[in-house]
Design a protein around this ligand. Sequence first.
Ligand code: BEZ
Ligand code: FE
Length: 273
Amino acid sequence: MNTHSITAAAIDSFSNTDDPRLKEILGSLVKHLHAFAMDVKLTEPEWFRGIEFLTAVGQKCTDKRQEFILLSDVLGLSMLTVAMNNDQADGCTESTVFGPFYVEEAPHYEHGADISNGASGQACMVQGSVKNISGHPIPHATIDVWQADDEGFYDVQKDDLDHAQARGVLHSRADGSFNFKTIVAEAYPIPMDGPVGTMLSATQRSPWRPAHLHFMIRAEGYETLITHVFKQGDAYLQTDPVFGVRDSLIADWVTGTDGLTTLNFDFVLNAEK
Ligand code: BEZ
Ligand code: FE
């Protein structure tokens, strides 16, 4: 066995795999991992440092913290996978990363309700619609929304909080419209107290995500849309550490002469294939 024969031997070791997709994925993984090691001429101490890093990533994971997803996010793998698998028709709202802070059982709200539920931040109104590509309203779409407070924390990151804040579920009206009160989105850093944070610091990368609201919109007959709305003018739009920004998702939070801040955003869902 030598550097010229080991890659083919490792790929061949999967030749009896029954599941053809598993065989393809493992073979390709070995091919690219070996090419990477050859490309950088990986040394044994560097190999061991890599093992230590991945071990620390695993050890940082709990039922509330997924450091491996964060690693995938900052390497651009999450966004690449989203982009490859959500090639929506022109005119449909684009998808972006899910992020780690979605909660399945969020409280349900009526239109106009204040979903901030005590979260700190500047009050604002969010309104918009859910439509299909032909402009027809989609009634009763399930609209999940979640965001961080003005200190950059999601409710699930606060150990002493026993209720949901700045997250909720609404259903679009018969004309596809929706509206709710919340707090203005602000930029926040991704969790930096683990090995992924150490990696970002060592490489002088910014941990700051540009201000955004998360949405997941589901309706029968349509593909589920997982996306954000980003705040126009945010200083971190060009340096999102998870590569999630898409121009079509940037919108204005407008403050009127009455001092009220409002975000308007219309979502367009892709019909199910
Ligand atoms: C978020 O937007 O909530 C998020 C996304 C990826 C990594 C960390 C946070
Ligand atoms: Fe977020």
